[in-house]
Design a protein around this ligand. Structure first.
Ligand SMILES: [Fe+2]
Ligand SMILES: [Fe+2]
Length: 358
């Protein structure tokens, strides 16, 4: 294990969920008046079909624990190494934080707008994310580590993003969430002996919610095509790189978790990037060149710098601080170099919506 800190008590768990670092999931707030002015009427037919799917709520009975679930937890947990246990708890806490982040943001937007399309959508997405967060929290409670979500909502720092940045970032995190969950689900479908916790059996229907959330933001952006042109393409490139790089570095801090599922972390991440890039062609006119060796080397360099940053922080003192500053500069320079690499360009398809076929 590299940077996952030990979590032993509910206080540690909420501290971890509350932490603001480069790699930890954030909470967001936005300009609600601008959100209220979003017009989806150019894609009315697709929008209404999507809202009808939310209304149909095909996952309303999915996020319930079964008796078998508890029995499997009791049977499997004692077989874990301490490292796997810690990395799995770390994974649960960061997943809980990002699910709940969506819940809080969508709920705040829902409460603050009058635009009926946006209000309705946000209410449905907040419903889904609240189920997802609640379901993960039940698994944390098995280990005595349930997080007080009301407290987290009140005490975690919020990052302000203009609506367009919310659209780029949230679209990507929903689609990458889908790609992550489905890749794990398929792997464990092929290798059931590596399913070391029952929660993974819930991922297939779960990730369809995330897929649909991403579809919603795709429709919003395609209905407002100025968000996808001109200088905004530079922002899209920025968010693609930031989201991929963060995931790459964070996943590499959990080697035992990935090994337990039979994954090579790097292969898993590139599979998730590949799926996400394929999906994101529905809305983004550019995608990153994942096969460029300079891109791959750059992500490894960011990972190496982040690992050394952890060591410099642990060292402390003036030398530790100077090292941290140097590493931060090197990180920024590496990120800039990655940002300037050539990207693939695509025409956008006439039909926006896609099916979750992975
Ligand atoms: Fe979710
Ligand atoms: Fe979601």
């Amino acid at each position: 294990m590299t940077t996952a800190e030990i979590v032993e008590s509910p206080t540690d768990a909420i501290e971890k969920a509350r932490a603001s670092s480069l790699l930890s999931p954030r909470f967001y707030t936005t300009d609600f008046a601008a959100m209220d002015r979003i017009d989806v009427s150019p894609l009315r037919t697709e929008w209404d079909a999507m809202l009808a799917e939310y209304e149909g709520d095909n996952n309303h009975d999915h996020f319930q624990r079964t008796e078998q679930f508890a029995a499997e937890v009791a049977q499997l947990t004692p077989t874990w190494s301490p490292e796997l246990r810690q990395e799995f708890l770390d994974f649960l806490i960061s997943s809980l934080t990002s699910e709940f982040s969506g819940c809080v943001l969508y709920n705040e937007i829902q409460k603050s707008v009058t635009n009926p399309d946006i209000k309705q959508l946000m209410r449905f997405m907040a419903r889904d994310e609240s189920r997802h967060a609640g379901f993960i929290n039940q698994s944390l409670r098995d280990y005595g580590l349930g997080v007080d979500l009301g407290n987290l909502k009140r005490t975690k720092a919020y990052t302000y993003f203009k609506p367009k940045y919310i659209f780029y970032a949230t679209y990507l995190s929903e689609k990458i969430g889908y790609a992550r969950y489905i890749t794990i689900y398929r792997q464990l479908e092929r290798h059931p002996d590596k399913r070391f916790h029952p929660i993974f059996r819930w991922f297939e229907r779960w990730c369809n919610d995330e897929f649909r959330h991403g579809e919603s933001f795709a429709l919003i952006m395609r209905a407002n095509p100025n968000l996808l042109r001109g200088g905004n393409v530079l922002w899209i490139r920025f968010f693609l790189l930031a989201v991929y790089a963060t995931m790459y570095v964070r996943d590499h801090t959990r080697p035992q978790l990935n090994a337990a599922m039979g994954f090579d972390v790097t292969d898993y991440d590139y599979e998730v990037f590949r799926i996400t890039s394929e999906i994101s062609k529905q809305v983004f006119p550019v995608s990153l060149d994942l096969d460029n060796p300079v891109f791959r080397a750059g992500l490894n360099r960011l990972l190496d710098l982040q690992t050394r940053m952890g060591a410099a922080k642990a060292r402390g003192g003036l030398i530790g601080k100077m090292r941290q500053a140097g590493l931060a500069l090197a990180g920024a320079a590496t990120f800039a170099r990655l940002y300037l690499l050539p990207v693939h360009r695509h025409d956008l398809p006439a039909q926006v919506r896609m099916a979750p076929v992975w």
